[in-house]
Design a protein around this ligand. Structure first.
Ligand SMILES: C[S@@+](CC[C@H](N)C(=O)[O-])C[C@H]1O[C@@H](n2cnc3c(N)ncnc32)[C@H](O)[C@@H]1O
Length: 246
């Protein structure tokens, strides 16, 4: 996928429009807890941490320390850094952390941004303790029908088709000794209603929506507004996969 450039405006847009409200992430909290058994005293490596929404959620949910690695300075500047959440300049392919320092790794909506999956997997192998899981939250080709953006803007599935498939990711991680443990779609509540979701959309903050021709974007927005009018109480629930490897 073409590189996304995040300046301070794009980073602020991302924070405003793309961070999922924490109370919409209950299913993710439960699934991460089951997959990684996180507890106070442990360290999570958040790779491609963006503006730090998951770094701060992980700290709040599990009391863990988070090493939040993010290459874009403007995104990194918005990470709520502290003693417990360290914001580090770096990339998946060259992690700025010591060997065996982390009890789990989290890659949220980042797999399709990586330049080199095999190098990233090697680095994760190095940075993780033996047996520690890699948790990948992503859209994958052929598995994104219940993503709200694909539901209302069906042309976005064409962009997801260019992302690495589950098989491609598993094959790349296998070269570093990782094997697939589980793959399951999980819901998130992006907004309390479809109207609130439509009001909060910022096309510039979303590579999938940005890639659409203007006419396709306008058609999708009209579909979304019509669905919101047809059922004003429907929550804006979107689904994405959690792929776990150890
Ligand atoms: C869609 S954002 C996701 C941010 C965050 N994980 C979340 O879920 O909100 C993708 C992030 O990956 C970062 N990124 C791009 N290339 C990367 C790489 N090679 N290694 C690590 N992160 C990368 C981008 O700068 C961006 O902040």
């Amino acid at each position: 996928m073409a590189e996304t450039r995040y300046d301070s405006r794009a980073a602020a847009d991302y924070q405003a429009a793309r961070e999922v409200p924490r109370d919409g992430l209950d299913a993710w909290r439960t699934a991460v807890s089951a997959a990684a058994g996180l507890a106070p005293g442990m360290t999570v490596l958040d790779v491609g941490a963006g503006t730090g929404a998951f770094a701060s959620a992980f700290h709040a949910w599990f009391g863990v320390r988070v090493l939040a690695v993010e290459p874009a300075a403007a995104m990194r500047a918005l990470i709520p850094a502290s003693e417990e959440i360290r914001a580090l300049d770096g990339k998946a392919e060259s992690l700025p952390v010591p060997d065996g320092c982390a009890d789990a790794a989290w890659l949220g909506s980042v797999i399709h941004h990586l330049d080199d999956l095999e190098a990233s997997a090697r680095e994760l192998r190095r940075a993780l303790k033996p047996g520690a899981p890699v948790l990948i939250r992503n859209s994958f080709p052929g598995r994104c029908d219940r993503d709200l953006r694909v539901r209302f803007f069906p042309e976005t599935a064409g962009l997801v088709d260019t992302y690495p498939t589950v098989d491609r990711v598993c094959a790349a991680f296998a070269t570093a000794g990782f094997a697939q443990v589980s793959l399951r779609p999980l819901p998130q509540r992006s907004a309390p209603t479809l109207t609130a979701y439509a009001d909060g959309l910022r096309r510039a903050a979303d590579s999938k929506l940005r890639a659409l021709p203007d006419a396709a974007y306008a058609r999708g927005l009209a579909r979304l507004r019509a669905a919101a009018e047809a059922d004003p109480t429907e929550p804006a629930t979107s689904w994405m996969d959690l792929l776990v490897l150890t």
